[in-house]
Design a protein around this ligand. Structure first.
Ligand SMILES: [Zn+2]
Ligand SMILES: [Zn+2]
Length: 153
């Protein structure tokens, strides 16, 4: 029983930790030396994909590697839980960022939750700038209270 609880805590912990990783990567790497990939996400997209999508491929590798390693080379489930946490964050990121905010898959759901609206506004605020510098709001899971009211539709 204690093992199940520990594994659930690991999944949740890794999920929240990944928000920190995403925030850091977005602020200092994507808006830093990897701007050459990320800038495609700050201009209107031509076609179905943008160069920024390559990050999703890169970010999936640690999780895939961990699933593989923990399945074939260890008999502990804890590493698998780490992999599940990373995967869960990846799914959350895709559903929130690509589907809900940028509507890359068309469906009409208008979120009613105050929390989700605040997150969405925060990311819109991020997109009001098209430059590497001076952007704000780099996270996806937490947003400042100031984004509660609509800034930009
Ligand atoms: Zn950005
Ligand atoms: Zn975006």
């Amino acid at each position: 029983m204690i093992e199940i609880i520990l594994n659930i805590l690991i999944v949740i912990g890794v999920f929240v930790f990944m928000e920190g990783v995403a925030w850091f990567t977005h602020k200092y790497i994507m808006h830093g030396f990897m701007w050459r990939w990320h800038h495609s996400h700050h201009v209107p997209r031509k076609g179905r994909f943008e160069r920024n999508d390559l990050f999703a491929v890169v970010f999936s590798l640690p999780s895939i590697g961990l699933f593989y390693y923990s399945t074939y080379y260890t008999d502990s489930f804890y590493l698998t839980s780490v992999a599940i946490g990373i995967l869960a964050y990846g799914l959350f990121y895709f559903l929130f960022h690509d589907v809900l905010v940028h509507q890359r898959i068309k469906f009409r759901i208008r979120p009613k939750s105050k929390y989700l609206k605040r997150l969405i506004n925060a990311h819109y605020a991020h997109h009001t700038k098209h430059t590497k510098e001076d952007c704000e709001s780099f996270g996806f899971l937490f947003a400042d209270k100031k984004y509660e009211k609509k800034e930009h539709a």
